[in-house]
Ligand binder design. Structure first.
Ligand SMILES: [Mg+2]
Length: 314
C-alpha cells in the first residue's frame, strides 16, 4: 500500500502503520489540509519511500511486525539525508517507559491511540512550523558563513590583481619564519618593481597602467612555482616569498621572471606595450628579524634601479 495524494507545493507527510484501517483514518484526517500524503505498511517500505519523496514529517506507528517504529526511527536518525526529518509516534503504547523510549529513539512527539483528529492536526502543523523555522535558520547560517568566507578572502586579496595584499603576505612571512626555524632551511624575499611605471601611466593613461599590473601579475604567477607566494606590495611593487629556497635559487627565479617580462609585449587597445622590471633579492633563515632581510632586498632593488634597471641584484 502506498497511497499518494500529491500537491507539489504542499508539505510532504509520510504515514507508517501496519494496519490499513489506521492509515485510512490518518489520511481522512490529514487530507482535509493541503498536505501531500504517502502511506506505507512497514518500516522497510518507509525507508525506501522516504528516500524518494523526502518527507517534511513522518507519522510512525510503534508496534509493527519485522522492524518496529523505534528501530525504523533509529535508521532514519543514522542517515545524514533523513536525520532531520521530524518523526511523531502514533501508538496505543503510552506508558511513561514507552514514551521515554520513543523520545530516546529520536521521535519529536507522541500521539496516543485512539486517534483524535484535532490533536493530530495541531501536532502535525506545529512540528511542520518548527521544521520550517529550523530550515530557514540553517539557510541563514549557511549564507552568513559563505558571506564571511568571501569577506575574509577579500580582506586578504589585492582588489586589482587578485594577488595577496600586503597584510596577508606579512602573515605568510611570519609563518615561513617558524617553518624556516624548524626545518633549518632558508626562504627568500624577492622585491620586484616595474621600471618607469609613472612614465607609462603618463603616456598611456592609468587604465593602461592597471592593465599592465594585471597582466604582469598573471605572467609572474605562471613563471613562479606552486609553493611560491606572490603579493602586490603596493603601487607597482610586488613581493615574492620563496619557501625553502636559498639565495642562488631565488636569484635564478627572479632572473627568469625578469627575462620573461622583458620579452613580453602587452596588448592594450591595439597598442603593444613593453615594460621591464628590477628585482632585489635577500634570503632569511628565520633567526633574524625579517624586516632586516626585507630592508636588504629593498636596498638591492634600489641598486638594480641605480645600475640601469631591468636587472636582478642580491
Ligand atoms: Mg501497529
Amino acid at each position: 500500500m502506498n497511497n499518494q495524494i500529491q500537491n507539489p507545493d504542499s508539505h510532504r507527510i509520510l504515514l507508517v502503520d501496519d494496519n490499513p484501517a489506521n492509515l485510512n483514518l490518518l489520511i481522512a484526517i490529514l487530507e482535509t489540509q493541503d498536505y501531500s500524503l504517502s502511506a506505507v505498511l512497514d518500516g522497510s517500505q518507509a525507508l525506501k519511500v522516504a528516500s524518494e519523496i523526502k518527507p517534511d514529517l513522518i507519522l510512525m506507528d510503534i508496534v509493527m511486525p519485522n522492524m518496529d517504529g523505534y528501530e525504523t526511527t533509529k535508521y532514519f536518525k543514522s542517515n545524514d539525508d533523513t536525520r532531520d526529518i521530524p518523526i511523531i509516534f502514533i501508538t496505543e503504547k503510552n506508558e511513561p517507559e514507552d514514551i521515554k523510549k520513543a523520545f530516546e529513539s529520536g521521535g519529536v512527539d507522541f500521539i496516543s491511540k485512539p486517534i483524535n483528529a484535532e490533536e493530530v492536526l495541531v501536532r502535525v502543523e506545529s512540528h511542520l512550523k518548527i521544521q520550517m523555522l529550523l530550515k530557514q535558520n540553517k539557510k541563514i547560517i549557511e549564507e552568513l558563513q559563505e558571506a564571511n568566507l568571501k569577506l575574509d578572502a577579500q580582506a586578504k586579496t589585492d582588489h586589482l590583481t587578485g594577488l595577496f595584499n600586503r597584510r596577508s603576505i606579512v602573515e605568510i612571512i611570519e609563518y615561513e619564519i617558524t617553518r624556516a626555524l624548524r626545518s633549518k632551511e632558508t626562504f627568500c624575499l624577492v622585491l620586484g618593481d616595474i621600471d618607469h611605471f609613472k612614465q607609462l601611466n603618463d603616456s598611456y593613461g592609468h587604465l593602461a597602467g592597471d592593465h599592465i599590473l594585471i597582466e604582469l601579475s598573471q605572467l609572474m604567477k605562471k613563471v613562479t612555482r606552486d609553493q611560491d607566494v606572490l603579493a602586490r606590495w603596493g603601487g607597482e611593487e610586488f613581493l615574492l616569498v620563496l619557501p625553502a629556497t636559498d639565495l642562488v635559487g631565488a636569484r635564478l627565479l627572479a632572473e627568469k621572471i625578469r627575462a620573461r617580462v622583458a620579452e613580453e609585449s602587452f596588448d592594450f587597445n591595439g597598442q603593444q606595450l613593453k615594460v621591464t622590471m628590477s628585482f632585489g633579492v635577500e634570503s632569511c633563515d628565520g633567526s633574524d628579524d625579517y624586516n632586516d632581510s626585507f630592508k636588504t632586498a629593498d636596498e638591492n632593488l634600489y641598486k638594480a634601479k641605480s645600475e640601469g634597471r631591468n636587472r636582478v641584484v642580491g
